[in-house]
Design a protein around this ligand. Sequence first.
Ligand code: DMJ
Length: 621
Amino acid sequence: MPVATLLPFTTTPNRKSASPTSFRLTEKFILLLVFSAFITLCFGAIFFLPDSSKLLSGVFFHSPAVETNTHTNPDSNDSGSAANDEKVLAKIRKDHEKALLEAKDTLQKRPDEIKQDILIEKEKVAKDSAGLGGKDANHLPMVEYQRPPGATGREPMDAETRERRAKIKEMMKHAWDSYRRYAWGSNELRPVSKQGHSSNLFGSIKGATIVDALDTLYIMEMFEEFDVATDWVEKNLDFNVNAEVSVFEVNIRFVGGLLSAYYLSGKEVFRRKAVELGEKLLPAFKTPTGIPWALLNLKSGIGRNWPWASGGSSILAEYGTLHLEFMHLSKLSGNPEFAQKVMNIRKVLNRLDKPQGLYPNYLNPNSGQWGQNHVSVGGLGDSFYEYLLKAWLMSDKTDEEGKKLYYDALQAIETNLMRKSSSGLTYIAEWKGGLLEHKMGHLTCFAGGMIALGADGAPSDKTGHQMELAAEIARTCHESYVRTGKLGPEAFRFDGGVEAIATRQNEKYFILRPEVIETYMYMWRFTHDPKYREWGWEAVQALEQHCKVEGGYTGLRDVYATSPNHDDVQQSFYLAETLKYLYLLFSDDDHLPFEHWVFNTEAHPLPVLRRDKTDRPNEVE
Ligand code: DMJ
């Protein structure tokens, strides 16, 4: 049968009286049948197209997947889905807050910081795609780097402060350029003889000034110098040395300096080096009590104590000044061992009786017993107290044990060591076997700043009282400077008819130490009393007049002498601490703000570890 006979619209010429448009009933029926078969076929085909369900839901149903889950599944458990909703909402909220914080941060950034962030992000992506399973090429876990606020600061509003701040930067430039010209790569500079200097505290590790100065260069926005220093660290900083080092000094200057440089710049090389060095220090804790040795051979891992330290004792200010850096090392390396080691030191101390609540400077790491009964808030004791307070602050105030230990210790110090001279100067004496030695060290002057920093959290309404104590100590230390007509001595006495004056020849030197200026900086931040800036400026002028030489800055052998008597050493802490605290004294409070940063004892800023992790996590993923 020809196909044409079956088609409804094909007309046959012999058919009379039938118009082309008029069909018979059967024809109409066939036509309808064919048409509906065609429609059914088309509709059915849609269901067999790939991913037809998605296509349909996209075209016909506009409800999102979450809604479908909630409303179309009759078996869905209502409370479970509500919890799910909450989770989704919480995540959206968290992402939103994080994005806002990041945007806020980005708005405050300088172009070179933004460039740096892009580089970091690129590095991260490269590592991710290299498939390192969450670890970088040095087997460190990936860390989500976020720069905490206030790494750099604005120009102060008033002209005088701006000029003074610029002057401090100029001083830093002179100290740095001189070191670079005459002693590059050595630990320190001899500014008079214009050559390198090395103290045996660092064994044969090199570059103490470079590592100690990194963060100061950064916060003063001396980025060209910072890059040169970074390059040196990358290519030359070597801890594979067969030499004995001071665990404390290497920790506060090298580990602390590297950690700060990492947190400020985000450059991985600093994290890597800090962790590498931290690992090299771990054998120092191999003692029967876990109280570390003072000295350690980095190659053999063999430790010992200073031969002069009370029958082989470890020293309070040394083993008690590892906490901040080691907590950060655990965070950045993912290795809990660092934190465990320093928490164990607390445990050992908690088991011991404290004479009048005081901590003697010497502790035997073998027997776990105190050595000689010598107590000091200056040399041998100082930064132990500082680290109790700062451990609490750096933990976002979660380390309640650190807090209690600090305020209890401060109470014992106030009761047993703080005294007033006949003219009304408050000082902190030293305690030797139950007797007071009425001497206060330049080192002890840091306590004004520490007490001011802790005053806010002081128990039972003691905030005001502690602020007064802090101000009195600042005044006493200022007096020790006033009485030389320039810079203060290493130690000054309140006996034999003198007040705030060094009476022994071997206590008259000044080695560019920071403690007095450190206290001015804290007092300025907490009180905004202009006298602290004035006192700081007096010190600047004295440094310029008596310590500045063509080849850098030098210490003095006798602050009372009228003729120059240079000691020919530019200490690395002059760049790390003295100049940094001076710069911050003349900067706005939001430059390295205290809510976000805690300074280690070498003035290296370390970020507060946020408890909710939403602010600036800097934590191992
Ligand atoms: C620094 O290395 C540190 O501040 C340490 O805690 C004690 N002294 C020097 C500077 O004086």
